[in-house]
Design a protein around this ligand. Structure first.
Ligand code: ASP
Length: 331
């Protein structure tokens, strides 16, 4: 922890951590976002030993309901809190369903080296063995710790500190749902003390070229999942409705069916990224598919939903395919 007492600001957005189900064993099927940010903090005994903590309620929603506008609002608020000098670190409480996307968006857009930690819980905060209170305490302790500076945005759940670039939700119900497939676990938090072993090497936060000041709205990008029997129905609909980009969740090494190749071979199509529906590994340029001939961008190691965030941001700075390929390769 830093020599001076740190100030951590908590921004609540809803999610399971804020839910109060009807019984102490109801771990699914709840929906009321009853706990405010202040109430969540009041549920942590001895919190003032770790930092001066303030809180605000920005949204009260399940994370599957969040919009691109919500992402921009949240990122702007985080950046503002950190830039004002009012906080040494920020913790965002968030539903786990889309936490990966929000954290990655913050990782690429918030220009600050102060700690930003995103947390939530798999169980509502009032059920037996709730994971939310400890996740929140660990996150606040990590955000108060000067060792967390410059690490980019992290997720803190299940005692782990995971880079927002790599973290993925891997279970619909387990409390150890968040994992990284190949690198990205930066450290752990044990007894509200962060221990780091690794640091991210790819650009983020202060070194990211994406700037909230230059973004009014995010371009429309859809993800289309391919499968046996896939048609171009969804692709045509996306293009006809003005999508600027399409991420293909392809099979294996980002392979796509002939109908998808044919669709993108026609002139004037949206920018497209080949990612994979396989959770691990990497889709590299011209790996199995001739990206240069098809005008495709290889999704590198990003999941389809993270590739969507990166493509949206890339499209705010360029439409040039080689440059977008370069962005995917570097981030
Ligand atoms: N439905 C919840 C959400 O808002 C799930 C969770 O938070 O674990 O994402």
């Amino acid at each position: 922890m830093s020599a001076q007492r740190a100030h951590v600001h908590v921004i609540s957005t809803g999610g399971t951590i804020a839910c109060q189900p009807v019984s102490p064993t109801q771990v699914t099927g709840y929906s009321s976002f009853a706990f405010t940010a202040d109430q969540l903090l009041a549920g942590i005994p001895g919190l003032d030993r770790y930092a001066d903590v303030t809180a605000e309620q920005l949204f009260s929603v399940g994370s599957s309901a969040l919009s691109d506008e919500n992402l921009l609002t949240l990122a702007r608020r985080v950046e503002q809190v950190l830039a004002s000098g009012g906080a040494d670190g920020v913790v965002v409480t968030h539903g786990t369903d889309t936490m990966e996307e929000t954290a990655f968006f913050l990782h690429l857009t918030v220009h600050s080296d102060k700690p930003v930690i995103v947390t939530g819980s798999m169980r509502p905060s009032s059920v037996l063995s709730a994971d939310g209170p400890l996740n929140l305490l660990n996150s606040i302790a990590a955000a108060a710790d000067s060792a967390s500076r410059g690490m980019g945005v992290m997720l803190c759940l299940g005692d782990l500190l995971l880079s927002a670039r790599d973290a993925m939700k891997t279970s619909t119900y387990r409390t150890d749902a968040f994992q990284c497939m190949e690198g990205g676990v930066l450290g752990s938090v044990i007894g509200a003390q962060a221990y780091y072993s690794y640091a991210p090497v790819r650009p983020h936060t202060l070194h990211s070229e994406f700037s909230l000041g230059r973004i009014e709205s995010l371009p429309h990008v859809e993800v289309v999942y391919t499968h046996i029997g896939c048609t171009d129905l969804l692709l045509r609909s996306a293009a006809e409705n003005g999508c600027r980009g399409i991420v293909i969740a392809g099979t294996g090494n980002g392979s796509v069916p002939p109908v998808v190749r044919d669709f993108f071979s026609a002139p004037g199509r949206p920018v497209w990224v080949r990612s994979s529906r396989v959770p691990g590994g990497r889709v590299g340029l011209n790996g199995g598919v001739d990206d240069e001939a098809l005008g495709a961008v290889a999704g590198c190691g990003f999941s389809p939903h993270k590739a969507r965030i990166l493509l949206q941001l890339a499209l705010t700075v360029t439409n040039d395919i080689p440059r977008i390929r370069d962005i995917f390769a570097r981030y």
